[in-house]
Ligand binder design. Structure first.
Ligand SMILES: Nc1nc2c(ncn2[C@@H]2O[C@H](COP(=O)(O)OP(=O)(O)OP(=O)(O)O)[C@@H](O)[C@H]2O)c(=O)[nH]1
Ligand SMILES: [Mg+2]
Ligand SMILES: [Zn+2]
Length: 342
């Protein structure tokens, strides 16, 4: 490898390029430039190449809605014509109100920061939805509890969050303090990508500004919240990618009004592992854990090792997931639920 090639390679790795993407380059594609999508507008895309920002030219009949922030694409060096998108390592999708199609929120994300605040926004059922989504997308979830500086009982919130999923990392912080960047540095190293999700007003853009060290014109606009219920005002309206001072990348997203779960069966199993683990001990293999004799899950609730509310939320989420998940017909006419397809 020449010195110039090595420098190019280092620049790509800093953008999040890895063997997973390099392995997708075909022999006839050696001249093409890899670029990472950094903004998605109605009719145009923005991207970052090893040489700097570019505006890829969409293929004939190409639509910007087919691309997610964080996607890797190949473009032709001199024309900047977009040739193709590379397979994604991870993909975060969301349902938008009134549309059937899933919206592509962020691709190739390593860690999903699920953001909530130490106030009225804290809601276990909603946080579980985000966790199911992160698990399903195979992104490592980390829960951030902002506004810890405004309360005296941040630790109580942290304890409530810790029990939502086995092994979950939960961090209470002040999103406005530069300390937040130091605390979150382990997930934000060179080439790593994190995305922020959470309701409006929890401090996602505030965190992006702190992590990216954004100042002046580049700053992500933040908004105030209502005093009585801590609800935000939907200040951020589009997704964007920002470089973190420590070398990684952060994707800001607009706060969601509602969050629907679909095609997340595996993600829900991971989230409620303590229930999934008990099921083999039930007397009946198809036990629904509602009233069956010899049910290990009901026994755990009676013994006090599994909270009834947790079981109720599991059932509700599973029902919603089933209602939203299309049922496919398998090769031999077997009914199977749809698995995630990238
Ligand atoms: N005291 C304190 N205020 C915070 C903290 N995090 C955010 N805020 C304030 O909360 C308000 C909302 O923050 P934003 O960053 O705009 O929230 P957002 O999650 O981006 O909201 P949307 O863009 O509407 O989805 C702003 O006034 C922030 O200054 C924190 O940790 N401590
Ligand atoms: Mg915002
Ligand atoms: Zn059972």
């Amino acid at each position: 490898m020449t010195a110039a090639d090595a420098a190019l390679d280092a620049a790509l790795c800093a953008l999040g390029w890895s063997a997973f993407f390099a392995g997708q380059r075909r022999e006839d594609e050696t001249e093409l430039l890899p670029a990472r999508i950094s903004s998605v507008h109605r009719t145009r895309l923005g991207a970052l190449s090893a040489a700097g920002p570019i505006e890829p030219v969409l293929p004939h009949r190409g639509r910007t809605t087919s691309y997610a922030i964080g996607d890797w694409v190949f473009v032709e060096a001199h024309t900047l014509r977009l040739i193709r998108r590379l397979d994604r390592r991870t993909l975060l999708q969301r349902h938008t109100e009134g549309r059937r199609e899933l919206q592509l929120a962020a691709a190739n994300v390593d860690t999903l920061f699920i953001v909530t605040s130490c106030n009225a926004d804290f809601n276990p059922a909603r946080l579980e939805r985000y966790l199911a989504l992160a698990n399903q997308a195979e992104m490592n979830p980390v829960m951030l509890l902002t506004k810890a500086d405004t309360v005296t009982d941040a630790e109580t919130y942290r304890q409530q969050a810790l029990v939502l999923q086995r092994g979950l990392e939960v961090i209470a912080l002040n999103a406005r303090s530069p300390d937040a960047a130091t605390i979150l540095a382990p997930w934000c190293g060179t080439g790593l990508t994190v995305a922020m999700v959470g309701s409006s007003g929890v401090g996602k853009s505030t965190l992006v500004n702190t992590l990216a060290g954004l100042v002046g014109e580049d700053v992500q606009v933040t908004g105030s919240i209502r005093e009585n219920d801590a609800k935000g005002r939907h200040t951020t309206t589009s997704r964007s990618l920002h470089r973190i001072a420590g070398g990684g990348w952060v994707i800001d997203t607009p706060g969601l009004r509602t969050l629907h779960v679909s095609e997340a069966t595996d993600g829900i199993d991971t989230l409620f592992a303590e229930i999934t683990d008990l099921a083999p001990d039930c007397r009946f293999r198809d036990c629904t854990h509602t009233q069956e004799p010899g049910c290990a899950v009901i026994a755990a609730v009676k013994e006090g090792t599994l909270p009834q509310e947790r079981l109720d939320r599991w059932r509700k989420l599973l029902e919603e997931n089933q209602a939203n998940t299309p049922v496919l017909t398998g090769a031999r006419g077997n009914r199977t639920t749809a698995k995630k397809r990238y």
